[in-house]
Design a protein around this ligand. Structure first.
Ligand SMILES: NC(=O)c1ccc[n+]([C@@H]2O[C@H](COP(=O)([O-])OP(=O)(O)OC[C@H]3O[C@@H](n4cnc5c(N)ncnc54)[C@H](O)[C@@H]3O)[C@@H](O)[C@H]2O)c1
Length: 338
C-alpha cells in the first residue's frame, strides 16, 4: 500500500511515524506548501510527544502542490494533515483522485463542508476516516470497555478536561485565526465532545457556558451534555493557559461501584477505584491513539471485519454538537440537537 501525507507539520510528522511502523505500507510521497516544513525537524511542535524529527527522504517524492502529487504518483491512500480550513477541499480532491482518506480532526469548519466530504466519499466508493484519535487512545478505550462491561453499575457522572496553551504558543499562526482553525472548540474541545458521543451517543441537548475573548473567539468552555436519564456528563476545554502550563487532558468517571480516573501526566495514568477493594490499573492496549487509528484505517481499507469505532457520519455529528455548544454560549440557554 502506497501512502502520501499532505501537510507535514506536527500532525503530518505524527502520521509519518505511524505509517512507517505499519507492515506492508510505504510512505511514497509527502506534500507541504512550505518547502522548509519537510526538511526542518524543528519547524512544528505540538502538545503530545511522538511526531518524528528527521525524515529519510531517499525514497520519498516531495511535492508542494497536492494536485501534482495526485497526478504524478500512484497512491492508495493519503493522510490529510493540513490546517483545518483545507480539510474539506483537499479531502474531496483526494477522494476524486481515487484515494482513501484519513483526514485529521475536526472534520471541517462547518456542517456543510463535512456533508460535502461524505458525499464525495460516497461518490468515490473510497474510505473516509476522520482522525478522532481519542476513540483509539488506550486509557479512553479501557474506560469505555469498563463502563460497557456493566461490572461497576451505571454511570452517575463523567467529566472530561482538556486544557492547553495554544492561544499563546501558536499566537499569530493559523490556529489563532478562528476562520482557519474553527477556534478552541473545534480544534481542542471537540476531542472530548466526540468521546462523549462515542461513550453515550448523541445528547438531546447541550448547555454551555464560555468565555469569548475579543479577536480570539470562544476560548474556554464548560458544557453539560444532557441525556434522557439523570447522569451528569460535562466537559471543559480551554486554550488560554500559560506556556509553562503546557497541556493537560484528564477525565473522571463516577460509576455506582467504582471511580475511574485518568490524567495523562500522572503515573499510572489510569486508576480504577472499586468499591471495597484496592485501587488498580487495568492492562492497556499497545501503541497510542494515533498508531491505533491508522491501523484501523488500514484494516477497513483491506476489508477486514472490525468492530465499528468511527464513521464519517459520527465525525459530522461531533461537529453538530460543537455547533450547538457554540450557539448555547451565544444565546445563554440550552440548545436542542436536531
Ligand atoms: N489529532 C490530534 O490530536 C491533533 C493534534 C494537533 C493537530 N491536529 C489537527 O491536525 C491538523 C494540522 O495541525 P498541525 O498541528 O499539524 O498544524 P501545523 O501548522 O503544524 O502543520 C500544518 C502543515 O500544513 C502545511 N500546509 C498549509 N497549507 C498547505 C497546502 N495548501 N498544501 C500542503 N501543505 C500545506 C503547513 O506548511 C504546515 O507544515 C489540524 O486540523 C489540527 O486540528 C490534530
Amino acid at each position: 500500500m502506497k501512502v502520501g501525507i499532505i501537510g507535514f507539520g506536527f500532525m503530518g510528522r505524527m502520521h509519518y511515524r505511524c505509517w512507517k511502523a505499519m507492515e506492508g505500507v510505504e510512505v511514497a510521497a509527502i506534500c507541504d506548501a512550505d518547502p522548509h516544513a519537510v526538511t526542518d525537524p524543528n519547524k512544528n511542535k505540538g502538545n503530545i510527544a511522538g511526531a518524528v524529527g528527521d525524515v529519510d527522504l531517499q525514497n520519498i517524492s516531495v511535492y508542494s502542490d497536492p494536485s501534482k502529487m495526485f497526478a504524478d504518483k500512484k497512491l492508495d491512500a493519503v493522510s490529510i494533515t493540513v490546517p483545518t480550513f483545507l480539510h474539506a477541499p483537499w479531502t474531496i480532491k483526494a477522494l476524486e483522485a481515487g484515494l482513501h482518506v484519513l483526514c485529521e480532526k475536526p472534520m471541517a469548519l462547518n456542517l456543510s463542508e463535512g456533508k460535502a466530504m461524505i458525499d464525495a466519499a460516497k461518490r468515490s466508493g473510497k474510505v473516509l476516516q476522520i482522525g478522532h484519535c481519542i476513540r483509539f487512545w488506550p486509557e479512553y478505550v479501557k474506560a469505555k470497555d469498563i463502563i460497557e462491561s456493566g461490572t461497576y453499575g451505571r454511570v452517575i457522572a463523567a467529566t472530561f478536561q482538556r486544557l492547553a496553551a495554544t492561544a499563546r504558543s501558536k499566537e499569530g499562526s493559523w490556529f489563532s485565526n478562528e476562520a482557519k482553525s474553527g477556534g478552541m472548540v473545534l480544534d481542542l474541545h471537540i476531542h472530548d465532545t466526540d468521546f462523549v458521543q462515542y461513550l453515550f451517543g448523541m445528547p438531546g441537548s447541550v448547555c454551555s457556558h464560555g468565555v469569548t475573548i475579543p479577536g480570539a473567539g470562544l476560548s474556554h468552555v464548560v458544557t453539560h451534555y444532557c441525556y434522557s436519564d439523570d447522569k451528569l456528563v460535562t466537559a471543559e476545554g480551554g486554550w488560554e493557559m500559560m506556556p509553562s502550563f503546557g497541556f493537560e487532558m484528564r477525565f473522571l468517571i463516577a460509576l455506582e461501584k467504582a471511580t475511574i480516573s485518568f490524567d495523562h501526566r500522572r503515573q499510572p495514568t489510569l486508576k480504577v477505584c472499586p468499591v471495597g477493594g484496592e485501587v488498580f490499573t487495568p492492562p492497556l492496549g499497545n501503541g497510542d491513539g494515533y498508531s491505533r487509528q491508522i491501523e484501523y484505517f488500514v484494516r477497513i481499507i483491506r476489508g477486514e471485519s472490525v468492530p465499528s469505532v468511527i464513521t464519517s457520519q459520527q465525525a459530522l455529528d461531533s461537529l453538530r454538537i460543537v455547533e450547538a455548544e457554540r450557539e448555547s454560549v451565544q444565546k445563554g440557554k440550552r440548545v436542542n440537537i436536531a
